[in-house]
Write a protein that binds this ligand. Structure first.
Ligand code: HEM
Length: 249
């Protein structure tokens, strides 16, 4: 089929140009409506089979901050145990095999170095979480629901839905984030009780701050033990935390 190309400047040329413009705006309008109807994500370029939305399970800022945090936590706990051993609060010390630093001075150097990673990474995570709406994933959180799902989890009847956190997970994650804030505030209060006196005071003074710091550490270690056990029990949750993963919604 031959196509007649209108001569520029003629009325046929201007009519064709107007038609092309109208078609282009119709196309833009369709895209806008598709995005509104959920057939396309906000960047307008990702639709799954059957027009379903494809979403990344764990976006990259979450993965980067999660794994940096895991490294920081291991270093902070190991060096913290070495520091504790120099002046124990209770009638026990941590075996040298599971401490980091070898002696008090080196342990303090490790502890303060990784404190910067923990704090800067933590601020990045909270800023991203607040800005992206990520924290909605931790909601709703009711004691009834937690107890019900805990019962199901303990009897191995709780299903893990990809891309969603169950009530037990939501409770554990919110709890460890809270413990993370407490451990940083009490740590800063012990480190600089003169300059950062408001953190020391917030914990009830220097000596109580040491106990607060220790119990926050215990909560985090308890969380990590349960967290890693759950990942081992449901190993399909691990690859998306490494690669991002994709899910159709
Ligand atoms: C080798 C150690 C670790 C492994 C294998 C691991 C693995 C994972 C996996 C697979 C998830 C996603 C769970 C899901 O999709 O159902 C997750 C989420 C999470 N992990 Fe870990 N993790 C580790 C260490 C840690 C540590 C040390 C902390 C903090 C103390 C931590 C805190 C969290 C939090 C708060 C989430 C939820 C993140 C969010 O959605 O904002 N993890 N982890």
């Amino acid at each position: 089929m031959s196509r007649v190309v209108p001569v520029p400047g003629t009325s046929a040329f201007f009519a064709a140009a107007a038609n092309a413009d109208a078609a282009w705006f119709r196309c833009l309008d369709q895209n806008r409506r598709a995005a509104q109807n959920g057939n396309m994500n906000k960047s307008g370029n990702m639709t799954g089979a059957g027009g379903k939305r494809v979403r990344v399970i764990h976006p990259w800022p979450l993965r980067v901050t999660h794994w940096l945090n895991a490294v920081a936590i291991v270093m902070m706990i190991g060096s913290g145990w070495q520091i504790y051993d120099a002046s124990p609060l209770f009638g026990f010390t941590f075996p040298p095999l599971i401490t980091i630093g070898g002696w008090l001075g080196a342990a303090i150097a490790w502890h303060l170095a990784f404190m910067w990673l923990l704090v800067i990474n933590g601020i990045a995570y909270f800023a991203w979480g607040a800005g992206s709406g990520h924290f909605k994933k931790f909601w709703p959180l009711s004691p009834r629901q937690i107890l019900r799902e805990l019962g199901l989890a303990l009897t191995f009847r709780l299903k893990h839905e990809t891309g969603m956190y169950n009530a037990v997970q939501r409770f554990l994650y919110v709890g460890v984030l809270f413990a993370g804030v407490v451990i940083v505030i009490s740590g800063l209060g012990i480190w600089k009780p003169v300059q950062l006196w408001f953190f020391t005071d917030l914990c009830g003074g220097y000596f109580i701050a040491r106990y607060v710091h220790f119990f926050a550490m215990t909560a985090i270690v308890g969380f990590v033990a349960i967290h890693v056990l759950l990942v081992l029990l449901v190993p399909k949750t691990l690859p998306p935390m490494l690669t991002g993963g994709r899910i159709e919604t």
